[in-house]
Each structure stands twice: as structure tokens, then as C-alpha cells.
Write a protein that binds this ligand. Structure first.
Ligand code: GLN
Length: 532
């Protein structure tokens, strides 16, 4: 089922194999028909993770990058929609030379050729492939067929891992293996036998259940791996290491590589353990939290991880509060109360009108009350709107995304976007991926990035600060501390007199790694810790 931990498991195995000195890459396959998740509502999909080369992809790619400490890209991601799209385009271009193009084998063959391309691009010894969805459902069947075909071709080079969930129903208090047995049968029915079963659960798997699964699923009991809930996702590589997943997998794939040394990971977990005493309280003001009666923070996954990386690196326990900007519109008193109790406020990326006045209110409060503030993408745009309204006195300043007729379009559509919007050309057409940003000399931004003149960070937006207002903003004390090299786009802003007030048009969360927090997050969390 989704959320069981396939992504973290995949990423953790990547980490273990990398710690053996192997070259490892990973590919995520999503079964939906959207060509990429860029057009999906975040409540529906969770975060859209953007790679350096501008692919809008699944949050799992973020986990792979964080665990492998490597940049991935277009080659590492596919969906049903993207696979069909290229097969159909090739067919239209006579690429199949008059043959009948069929779902089988042409779709699985396209999948295999993409996997091969990803492996080649990374010159990888091992490529981990994560097939999204649930075994037994219709949606991912062609991807499993691709796995079967690959395995048939190179039986010694392909291993299949089933990640399953073992419930412990509260009424019973006993761990049940039956769903896993059935999952295994479902996998068998598409011609695949798992080499290993990773057993996710709230609890450790005991010996008797290992034996039961081994006997019923036709897997050696050493390949039935216990993976109980962990304190953090970063504990999982150590758990799988202790279960000898690396040894077993290398054995199956005929890879000779020395046993992994997990020094780096051990250090990280030690540091994390030392960070339990003193908290730092960070609020994230957003709107993509709710699914029915449940609160889901998935839409802001990388932001949350980036806060954690930064907090742990300075020995603080991150305490993250989800704050609902729509509630702030109804009750400014609630906003003041919640924000005043925090050490720092983040306004993350977003789209559209819903909840933005609440966010603008929160930014004003952070600015006026000297609460450390980090704005990301929409967070930068709203901070500029707030400043224009309350400091420059342009009361109706707005973004044309929300108010196309505003007398003060302080945030407006980027030039190249006009035509695309006219043609409803939405898919994959934002300003995406890595772009260079020139930092202003002696700015806070430049100090945080270690004094360098040029950085690269990842973007995902259509709108920008309207350059017609740049001078007015700067004269009144809002510094544009990062710009595109040609000077045309404002990439970062800051308030030099505030304890910490910075926003970026790019998304610094995408480049934060557990071993290397992003400098902006680090500066922000440091300022928040100081306030605490
Ligand atoms: N909606 C804004 C834009 O398109 C911000 C996007 C974002 O926050 N990722 O420019």
C-alpha cells in the first residue's frame, strides 16, 4: 500500500550498497497516467520534487537524493503517461517501421530501455527500481511485466524485493502474516518470485513468523527482513544493514564488494540522539494539509526534512508545527498566539488564492515582531506583496496569479510564460530546475552561502517579482540579495535590520541533505535557536 515505506526502503538499500563502494542509482516508476505530477494538486499527490535538470517528480526521488547524496534527474523517473507518450510519439514518427505497436511487449520494452538508460547514465553497478502502487492492482502490471522480462533475459542480474505491511490489529495484539502471503501470491501470478521480503510493521518480526513467511512465500528465512517503524527514516539504513540486506542482495546478484561500513550513518544517528534535549520550534504555514479527517504533511516533505537536517546539525531537536493559513484568515488572534510561541516561521511554496491572506498576515507578524522568517517561492512573492502593502503603502499590491487587474502587480507572470498560459500549456512548462543566482556582496544571503558570489538552486514557478518595482523596494529597505546573472530576476530578498528575514524564489529544501544541510535552512534554524 502507499505510504508503507517503499521509497525509504529503496533509498536505504541504495545507501547500504553505496557504502560498499558500489555505484548506485535509482529509478522511480509511478503508475498514474499524468505525464508527471507537476499538474496535480499537492493534497492529492504530496510534494512535487524537482531535480536539478528540471524534472517534476515524486517525493521518493527526494529520498533517493538525500540517502545517496547524489543528484538524480529525468532519467530516474517515469509514469505510465510518460511511457505511453513516448511510445505513441515514436509510432507517429514511423519509429516502429510499420509494425503493429502493442501494449505488450512495446510498453514494457520502453520501460526496460529507460531503466537501462538510467543505469548507463550513472554508470551504475546496481540500479534500484521502485515500482509504485500495490501488487495485484491493474495499474502497475506492465511495469511488473517489464521486471519479469528483464529477469528472464538476465536471471542473475535481477533481484525482486517485496515490501509488505504486517498489521498488528489492536483488538488482537498479534502480528498477522496473511496479507503478506497473499501479496506474494499476487506477485507469483504475474510471474515474479520475490528474492527477499521486507516486512514493515509497528513491531519487530519474530522468528516464528519469519519461518512461517519463509515456508509460505518460498523465500529463505534469512531473506525475510524485519523492518519495524523507526525513530526517523535515517535509522532505516542501519536497520537493514543489521539485517544483512546488503550481504544477501550482493550474494544474489553475484556482486563481490566488501561489507558496508556505516560510519557516516552511525555518526548521523549519534548526532540525532544528542539533539533530543533542546528544541527549536518551527512553524510551517501552509494549506495542503488535510485529507478527510487526517492531517498530512506530505506536501511539504523536503521542507520538513531540510529543517531537521539543519536542526540536528546544531544539536537541536526540531519541533515542527503545521499551521493552517486559512484558519488565520478567520482568526488573526489565533495567528498571533500561535506565531508568538514559535522560534521561526516558514512560508513554503504554493499556488492560487486560497489561504494567502493568512500567509501575508503571518509574514507581517514575523516581520514586525522580529520572528525569524524564511520564505520559499510563493513565500518570497507573498513577502514582497506584504512589504509593498504595508511599507510602501500600495494597499492593493498583489500577484497577477490571484488578482490579474491589481493596480500594483508587484508579482507578475514571467515573459516567456504569457504565451504558454494563453495556450493552456501547463505541463512541465514552469521555470524548472537548477539556475544560477548571483549573490549581492556583503548580503546575509552571501554570508550564509559561505561568501561565494554564485550559487545554483532549483526552481519551480511561473511568476516573478515585477522589476518595475525593484528600485522602490530597495530604496525602502528591502534588499534584493540574489539575482539571475543577467540581473533581470529577483531570486532572493532580505531585510538587513531584521534578526532573520530571508526569502528565495528557488526551493532550497531540494538540495538539503542529512549530511549537508542547506545553508539557508541552517542560517534560519540558527536564528530560530537563538530566539528560543
Ligand atoms: N505560484 C507561484 C508561481 O507560480 C509560486 C510557485 C511555488 O511556490 N512553487 O510563481
Amino acid at each position: 500500500m502507499s505510504g508503507v515505506g517503499k521509497g525509504v526502503t529503496t533509498a536505504s538499500i541504495c545507501a547500504i550498497l553505496k557504502a560498499r563502494g558500489l555505484r548506485v542509482t535509482a529509478v522511480k516508476i509511478d503508475p498514474y497516467v499524468n505525464v508527471d505530477p507537476g499538474t496535480m494538486n499537492p493534497v492529492e499527490h504530496g510534494e512535487v520534487f524537482v531535480t536539478a535538470d528540471g524534472q517534476e517528480s515524486d517525493q521518493d526521488l527526494g529520498n533517493y537524493e538525500r540517502f545517496l547524496d547524489t543528484d538524480l534527474g529525468r532519467a530516474n523517473y517515469m509514469t505510465t503517461g510518460s511511457v505511453y507518450l513516448s511510445v505513441i510519439q515514436r509510432e507517429r514518427a514511423m519509429g516502429y517501421a510499420g509494425k503493429t505497436v502493442e501494449v505488450v511487449p512495446h510498453i514494457p520494452l520502453e520501460v526496460i530501455s529507460r531503466i537501462t538508460a538510467a543505469a548507463d547514465a550513472a554508470n551504475a553497478d546496481v540500479t534500484m527500481i521502485e515500482v509504485g502502487g500495490t501488487v495485484g492492482e491493474y495499474q502497475n502490471i506492465l511495469f511488473l511485466e517489464a521486471c519479469r522480462m528483464m529477469r528472464l533475459e538476465r536471471p542473475r542480474d535481477v533481484a525482486v524485493i517485496l515490501v509488505s505491511y504486517l498489521p498488528v490489529p489492536g483488538t488482537l495484539g498479534e502480528m498477522k502474516t496473511k496479507p503478506t502471503q497473499y501479496a506474494c501470491r499476487s506477485l507469483n501470478s504475474v510471474g515474479l518470485q520475490p528474492d527477499m521480503i521486507i516486512c514493515r510493521s509497528t513491531h519487530l518480526l519474530d522468528e516464528s513468523r519469519k519461518k512461517k513467511l519463509s515456508a509460505n512465500c518460498n523465500v529463505s528465512s534469512e531473506d525475510v527482513v524485519s523492518a519495524p517503524d523507526a525513530a526517523t527514516i535515517y535509522n532505516v539504513p542501519l536497520r537493514l544493514h543489521a539485517e544483512r540486506v546488503g550481504d544477501r542482495l550482493c550474494g544474489k546478484l553475484g556482486i563481490r564488494a566488501p561489507r558496508e561500513r556505516m560510519r557516516e550513518w552511525n555518526h548521523l544517528i549519534e548526532r540525532l540522539g544528542r539533539s533530543t534535549q533542546r528544541p527549536v520550534k518551527i512553524g510551517i504555514v501552509g494549506k495542503y494539509f488535510s485529507t478527510g479527517d487526517f492531517t498530512l504533511s506530505d506536501a511539504y516533505l523536503s521542507v520538513i526534512e531540510a529543517v531537521k537536517h539543519a536542526a540536528w546539525s546544531i544539536g537541536r531537536r526540531p519541533e515542527i508545527a503545521w499551521l493552517n493559513s486559512e484558519a488565520y484568515e478567520r482568526s488573526p488572534a489565533l495567528m498571533r498566539k500561535e506565531l508568538a510561541s514559535l522560534d521561526g516561521v516558514i512560508i513554503p511554496g504554493g499556488f492560487g488564492a486560497r489561504g494567502i491572506e493568512g500567509k501575508i498576515g503571518a509574514i507581517r507578524f514575523a516581520r514586525e515582531k522580529n520572528i525569524p522568517f524564511l520564505g520559499i517561492c510563493y513565500g518570497l512573492q507573498l513577502a514582497v506583496i506584504e512589504y509593498a502593502r504595508h511599507v510602501l503603502g500600495h494597499e492593493r499590491a498583489h500577484t497577477t496569479e490571484v488578482a490579474p487587474k491589481t493596480p500594483h502587480p508587484i508579482i507578475h507572470l514571467m515573459n516567456e510564460q504569457e504565451e504558454r498560459m494563453k495556450n493552456s500549456d501547463y505541463g512541465g512548462t514552469m521555470r524548472l530546475g537548477d539556475y544560477p543566482c548571483v549573490l549581492a556582496p556583503r548580503s546575509v544571503a552571501q554570508r550564509l552561502y559561505g561568501g561565494v558570489a554564485l550559487i545554483r538552486e532549483r526552481h519551480r514557478h511561473r511568476f516573478e517579482v515585477n522589476p518595475a518595482y525593484s528600485d522602490e523596494l530597495e530604496r525602502s529597505g528591502l534588499r534584493i540579495s540574489g539575482r539571475s546573472p543577467d540581473g533581470s530576476l529577483a531570486e532572493m530578498i532580505e531585510l538587513p535590520k531584521h534578526p532573520f528575514f530571508i526569502a528565495s524564489q528557488f526551493h532550497p529544501e531540494f538540495t538539503s541533505r542529512p549530511f549537508r544541510p542547506n545553508p539557508l535552512f541552517l542560517g534560519f534554524v540558527r536564528a530560530a535557536a537563538k530566539r528560543h
